[in-house]
Design a protein around this ligand. Structure first.
Ligand code: ZN
Ligand code: ZN
Length: 388
């Protein structure tokens, strides 16, 4: 099946499903309605359904032939806590909830592929993973913690994300780093508050915080290998009170994010933040508290599954739909929870021309239904390449 071959009735029906999911967005771990729809449709198609991994997660299992190879295909189901401004007829019905990353489209395409694959030939096992809480809440980790991979061991994992602005229906299957790791850090300098006119009587944390912020930028500029990309940003600062400008506060809190692709660089950043904070605290006679919270690891595509994904694009969608080179991007995706345990490939699906300000996580974003046939076609073709 390819883009040309999806029959209009199936496409209309999948578009209706996508728009229904769009109208009813649910944020991480609250995807009750969405997972109910997914589970009901999988079961109706004759696919074995297992629920409960990661709370609202749904697994559909389809076995065919005598092959003992097993793979997982993953779609995320969650929306974001933001208010939609598209004005579309099927815009979110809930203020403060919006499918602004296209996970409504991901869910629809994987479900469409599962329903289609029931009628196709392959030899082996496919687990269709409908994951909760991709947007920073750790849904993939929760599914694995609940025993997903123990109950359903797989030889390879595949993920797909829509890409606004990339040519409609093209699929980028690129080796190596795709998405960065996504870590959070927080540093608290603790001194001893005092009168603003008598700093000598206390131990003031403000100067330490200022020096720390200045020194923070030297991690990327002066410590890391310039050929290995990384970003360290301070994004929040809390101290003192503008209604009491004669008071030096007890403490200052600073927090931010760190992104990179290389595990060694990640270790270096974590160590450098702690070292700089502790050094500056010691020099300034204050204490400090450093918390570095690792989020999802970077998504790194392995060679073998990327080759298979490429063949799937060529055979399912056509050679001209395949993109083999694309720069990595700095957001994260917890698909790495799967692809760091088994060989994995995460592809980007072109959605064509972007709506005005229609980038991911913008209030005017919408998934483009015109890429549904390519997404479904890719998944089906991939299963046939993988499980021959
Ligand atoms: Zn997102
Ligand atoms: Zn997303």
């Amino acid at each position: 099946m390819n883009m040309q071959q999806m029959d209009p009735k199936t496409l209309r029906e999948l578009v209706a499903l996508r728009r229904d999911l769009h109208e009813h967005p649910e944020i991480g771990f609250e995807e009750h309605r969405t997972s109910e729809i997914v589970a009901t449709r999988l079961a109706a198609a004759g696919i074995e359904v297992t629920r409960g991994f990661g709370g609202t997660g749904v697994v559909g299992t389809l076995r065919k032939g005598s092959g003992n190879r097993a793979i997982l295909l993953r779609a995320d189901m969650d929306a974001l806590a933001m208010t939609e401004t598209t004005g579309l007829p099927y815009a979110s019905k809930t203020t403060g909830r919006m499918h602004a990353c296209g996970h409504d489209g991901h869910t629809t395409m994987l479900l469409g592929a599962a329903e289609q694959l029931v009628h196709e030939d392959f030899s082996g096992t496919v687990h269709f993973i409908f994951q909760p809480a991709e947007e920073g809440l750790g849904g993939a980790a929760k599914m694995i913690e609940d025993g997903l991979l123990a109950e359903f061991p797989v030889d390879a994992a595949y993920g797909l994300h829509n890409a606004p602005g990339m040519e409609l229906g093209q699929v980028a299957a690129v080796k190596g780093p795709q998405l960065a790791c996504s870590d959070r850090w927080r540093v608290t300098f603790k001194g001893e508050g005092t009168h603003g006119a008598k700093p000598q009587e206390g131990r003031e944390p403000m100067t330490a915080a200022g020096l720390f912020l200045a020194q923070l930028n030297s991690i990327v500029a002066r410590e890391l290998n310039p050929l290995k990309p990384a970003v360290v940003s301070a994004c929040a600062l809390r101290a003192g009170n503008f209604a009491a400008l004669n008071v030096i506060p007890d403490d200052v809190e600073i927090g931010g994010t760190a992104r990179c692709y290389d595990p060694d660089v990640r270790d270096q950043i974590e160590a450098a933040i702690a070292r700089i904070a502790n050094g500056i605290a010691a020099a300034g006679r204050v204490e400090c508290d450093v918390v570095y919270a690792r989020g999802a690891a970077a998504v790194i595509n392995a060679g073998a599954p990327t080759e298979i994904a490429r063949r799937a694009v060529i055979n399912g969608l056509g050679q001209d739909m395949l993109v083999t080179e694309r720069d990595p991007i700095t957001p994260g995706d917890d698909f790495s929870e799967f692809s760091s345990r088994v060989p994995g490939c995460y592809v980007h699906l072109g959605m064509g021309e972007m709506r005005p300000a229609g980038q991911h996580h913008n209030t005017n974003y919408d998934f483009n239904d015109a890429c549904i046939p390519a997404g479904v076609g890719f998944w089906c073709s991939l299963v046939k390449e993988e499980l021959r």
